[in-house]
Design a protein around this ligand. Structure first.
Ligand code: NAI
Length: 239
């Protein structure tokens, strides 16, 4: 039986590429998204089911995971990909900007992991991969909220990796750099050209580059890679 993999925020961008790559690698993939129209369009494009719920809400995650487990099977691979930005310098940041990013990027990781962890422990197998960011690793002006959450998920993953290690559960992060998504393509061409010049490999990461790292960490035989952060950033920041 194919292992069941859930990808949050999976209906577009990096999450879509991860969902497709996991499907191609033989997993039974279920995407999650908050956006119903995007979810429908994604399923039409890929043939992958997409369940809609808000990962920032604990009870919605509990119900969502229960539905996936009843209809598809126990969640053995979880990819925490859903994320948002609400950028602004701290001296101008509204509490709402702070809270929204905390809830979607950080609370979601607790909400999802908490609802799959007991099952993974009981079955003695699990793979959890959380999408961090280069801006969580190095810090970025205008993103105190975002950088805080993306650094926090790395600490969270190390602690949970320690808890899951003796139970066959690995917990890792992937930290993308500038990635060729709609958001990045919306940047003015001359500004984007300047950004690309700063990347040692002189190009953006593709969504497939990020997905490749996730599939690698999700594999059964990646059983001793845990508590790690894999940087996929074109060399823009080297730890
Ligand atoms: P995106 O905005 O294209 O896609 C994110 C998806 O998450 C959307 O489909 C959205 O509807 C969904 N989503 C948002 N809030 C949600 C919620 N509360 N519940 C469920 N789904 C929700 O984003 P992108 O660019 O594909 O990013 C994916 C992840 O990669 C994010 O965590 C982001 O922070 C991270 N990342 C992206 C980089 C980039 O250059 N695009 C660079 C570094 C990290």
């Amino acid at each position: 039986m194919a292992r069941v993999a859930v990808v949050t925020g999976g209906a577009r961008g990096i999450g879509e590429a991860i969902s497709v790559a996991l499907k191609d690698a033989g997993y039974s993939v279920v995407a999650n998204d908050i956006n119903e129209d995007a979810a429908k369009a994604f399923t039409e494009r890929t043939g992958i089911p997409c369940y809609t719920w808000d990962v920032s809400d604990f009870e919605s995650c509990k119900a969502g995971v229960a539905k996936v487990e009843a209809e598809i099977g126990p969640v053995e691979v979880l990819v925490n990909n859903a994320g948002i930005t609400r950028d602004g310098f701290l001296h101008k940041m509204a509490p709402e900007q702070w809270d929204a990013v905390m809830k979607v990027n950080l609370y979601s990781v607790f909400n999802m992991c908490r609802n799959v962890m007991e099952g993974m422990r009981a079955r003695q197998f699990g793979r959890i991969v959380t999408i961090s960011s280069v801006n969580g690793v190095k810090g970025q002006a205008g993103q105190t909220n975002y950088s805080a959450t993306k650094a926090a998920v790395i600490g969270f993953s190390k602690a949970l990796a320690a808890e899951g290690a003796a139970k066959g559960i690995t917990v890792n992060c992937v930290a993308p750099g500038y990635t060729d998504t709609e958001m990045v393509r919306a940047i003015a061409p001359d500004v984007l050209k300047g950004i690309v010049e700063t990347v040692p490999v002189k190009k953006l990461c593709s969504v497939q580059d990020i997905a490749r790292a996730v599939v690698f960490l999700a594999a059964d035989d990646a059983s001793t890679i845990t508590g790690a952060t894999v940087n996929v950033n074109g060399g823009i920041y080297m730890q």
